[in-house]
Design a protein around this ligand. Structure first.
Ligand SMILES: C[S@@+](CC[C@H](N)C(=O)[O-])C[C@H]1O[C@@H](n2cnc3c(N)ncnc32)[C@H](O)[C@@H]1O
Length: 209
């Protein structure tokens, strides 16, 4: 576990209400749209990597998905999400506090049908961190499974939450995932922060061949 990163994210989640976060979405529309293209069954597993306190989890529960896994380095983030969901809904989710760059638990998952990452990969600047992310993804995802990645686009911000980011386009994401994954669809999405400022993202949907 990268303790300083854990502390960094915990401090942010402690300091701000969820709807003040500079990545808060009331309705995670692009993720919902791409998930709909996956046509998976309600009992197939969806892993939200770096879920934070994302409303994507609320959406998945409301849509009737039964095998939802929310993983994040920050237990404060996940606790906020649990609180918002309430006991009954929260108990239907599997919660994992883990660091995707040094995973101790995530890599033990298997047969993941959808790997969803909004705004996590772009924080991984070191090659060894990216390599670990990718090897974990490849290990847990099932054949024919889907990967949805959203990252700051090439026109996007160079920093977030005080951290440098790596900007991506769909080809960079495709190169990152490699030949075992087919790019099915991508979209540019301009997210507006609570301040109203625009933040361009690239969203891409892949399928494991
Ligand atoms: C910008 S937020 C996005 C949160 C969520 N995906 C969303 O769209 O609302 C980035 C999230 O990644 C988590 N995170 C950052 N580095 C991580 C790591 N190495 N392993 C797991 N989670 C990480 C942070 O705690 C934070 O919740």
């Amino acid at each position: 576990m990268n303790v300083s990163m854990k502390e960094h994210w915990n401090e942010i989640y402690e300091a701000l209400d969820v709807d003040e976060l500079t990545w808060y979405e009331e309705i995670p529309e692009p993720s919902i749209k791409l998930l709909a293209k996956c046509h998976i069954n309600k009992d197939e597993s969806i892993l939200d990597v770096g879920a934070g306190a994302s409303t994507f989890i609320d959406h998945l529960i409301d849509q009737g998905f039964k095998n939802i896994i929310a993983a994040d380095i920050s237990e404060i983030a996940l606790n906020k999400l649990k609180e918002r969901l309430g006991k009954e809904k929260a108990s239907s989710v599997r919660w994992i506090v883990d660091d995707i760059t040094r995973p101790e638990h995530i890599q033990n998952l298997k047969d993941i049908a959808v790997w969803h990452d909004r705004a996590v990969l772009h924080f991984l600047l070191e090659e060894n961190e990216q390599r670990m992310y990718l090897s974990t993804l490849k290990k847990v995802i099932k054949k024919g499974g889907y990967v949805i990645i959203a990252a700051f686009s090439l026109k996007g911000a160079k920093k977030c939450s005080g951290l440098d980011v790596k900007n991506y386009d769909q080809n960079m994401l495709a190169n990152f995932l490699g030949n075992d994954f087919r790019l099915l669809e991508y979209l540019d999405h301009t997210y507006h922060m609570p301040s109203g400022e625009p933040r361009p993202y690239i969203y891409a949907l892949f399928q494991k061949i």
